[in-house]
Design a protein around this ligand. Sequence first.
Ligand code: FAD
Length: 337
Amino acid sequence: MSEFLEHYSLEKRNSFGLKVSCRYFFEATNLPDLLTYMQIGLKPDSRFMLLGEGSNILFTSDYAGTIICPALKGIDVTQENKDYVMVKARAGENWDKFVEYCVERNWSGLENLSLIPGTVGSSPVQNIGAYGVEAKDTIREVEGFFIESGEHKTFNNAECQFAYRNSIFKHELKNRFVITSVSFLLKKKPNFNIAYGPVETEFRKKPVQDLAALRQTIIEIRESKLPDPSKLGNAGSFFKNPILSNPDFSALKSLFPEIPSYPSGDQFTKIPAAWLIEQAGWKGVREGNIGTYPSQPLVIVNYGGASGKEIHDFAKKIKTSVADKFGVELEMEVNLI
Ligand SMILES: Cc1cc2nc3c(=O)[nH]c(=O)nc-3n(C[C@H](O)[C@H](O)[C@H](O)COP(=O)(O)OP(=O)(O)OC[C@H]3O[C@@H](n4cnc5c(N)ncnc54)[C@H](O)[C@@H]3O)c2cc1C
């Protein structure tokens, strides 16, 4: 049942575990309630934001407006042939449970994105990605409605303007369009994507090399590297990996020949932000209740009791050090509220 609450604690609704609250909180479990609330319940000048599971958000203070959670549930097969299946999942489904659901049915395409926290509805927003796969590779349609007019729209893949940790929903349509469902085109004959990092070596160690084994491999690699937000507050990668033009990268490489890099299209080069942060001396650094995670400096953790503002200040110091040392501007991946 949909719920409307006042002065609601968001501590369990943000993966940093910050003790913040909001003035109003509305969780819609069905589309008519969501539409009605957005059209009638929300005053034209009200401050509001959409929230999934809060695993990519940094609240720097209590939120004075309304938090709206589109908690719509359901998974349906909308098209199928002998090779492919089109699966439509509602926005409020938990992402990893959805991946598990697909892997159990031997539908391939999402397994490398196992264990990423959050909801299905947020997956197109920053085009979630891991281990050589991005949500955009399988997303065919994103459905929802414009908040101002209530007009329904289905975006095809190209209209979503997907890019590295980016889409039209993260910028132009941020808090203007509510995603209500996402449709993925998955393969019935598994296609293992194991080229990235340690995936192949670990996958080959499994007694059976099937889709479930690949999902398990990804889960084990992630668990060995990343902190579990239920135990140690964090929001995954705090910064994006910077992308430089090839000439800018060559200039940087002449100063730092050991810098790791990956091609990003023909004209750009991507640098691991974790390497820049480590080289700037921030790996495993702890200041009070905040630090970079020792095995992954790109992750900023709340050791307990930190405020969002303190985390933001800590992140700004990292950004400044990296800019001073390398002349590279780190951009936040996490949404700052
Ligand atoms: C431990 C950890 C590991 C992570 N690893 C990865 C990783 O490997 N790859 C990766 O890409 N990300 C990763 N993340 C980041 C995070 O999991 C993703 O960004 C995820 O998609 C966020 O989902 P959420 O539901 O929590 O979104 P939220 O944090 O609640 O919201 C994110 C944004 O989406 C908007 N939004 C939410 N729901 C809707 C909707 N229905 N319609 C429109 N807009 C909406 C919000 O307004 C906000 O701007 C990680 C995070 C953690 C904590």
